[in-house]
Write a new protein. Structure first.
Length: 166
């Protein structure tokens, strides 16, 4: 007898199908380990989630070449997908096109401010995330990570990171 005609075969086939929309949803909840208030989707480093030959293929782009968080992000993607039942996962990193702050979700700026990080701005004016004052003093071109600069507010005196424009 043909196995496809056996009762229950459709259940087995359905259980082994990989749902790309569900995989994308699961991956979109992975947070950036250096900015835990933003997901990799909100940050714009999640480029694609597809299913190829029964495996989930996730493509990510680092915020800058050599970003030390990428290995952790790859591990977190595999972990999240594994917990959700996706056991065949490939994570690819692409540097082309290069990541830009334009890829950050527009609502992510408010999350950064609430977390104490000044979001990237297309204007030259960086605002303190605590008191909204302009013209902070740059302490270092590199803050807690290479993609941020360490600033000090001239009004409230508080130090803060500014997510640099790329």
């Amino acid at each position: 007898m043909d196995a496809a005609l056996l009762p229950g075969v459709e259940v087995v086939i359905a259980a082994t199908a990989v749902d790309p929309e569900r995989a994308r949803e699961v991956v979109s909840w992975v947070v950036d380990p250096e900015i835990p208030v933003l997901t990799i989707a909100e940050l714009g480093i999640l480029r694609d989630v597809v299913v190829e030959e029964g495996q989930v293929v996730v493509t990510i782009t680092p915020t800058y070449s050599g970003c030390p968080a990428m290995r952790q992000i790859e591990d977190d993607i595999r972990t999240h997908l594994g917990v959700a039942g996706f056991d065949r996962v490939v994570v690819k990193t692409t540097h082309t096109p290069a990541w830009t702050t334009d890829w950050i979700d527009p609502q992510a700026g408010a999350k950064l401010v609430a977390f104490g990080i000044a979001p990237p701005t297309s204007s030259t004016e960086v605002l303190c995330p605590r008191c909204d004052a302009s013209a902070p003093r740059t302490v270092s071109s590199f803050g807690s990570t290479a993609c941020k600069a360490l600033m000090v507010c001239v009004r409230c005196g508080e130090p803060f990171d500014w997510f640099k424009e790329f």
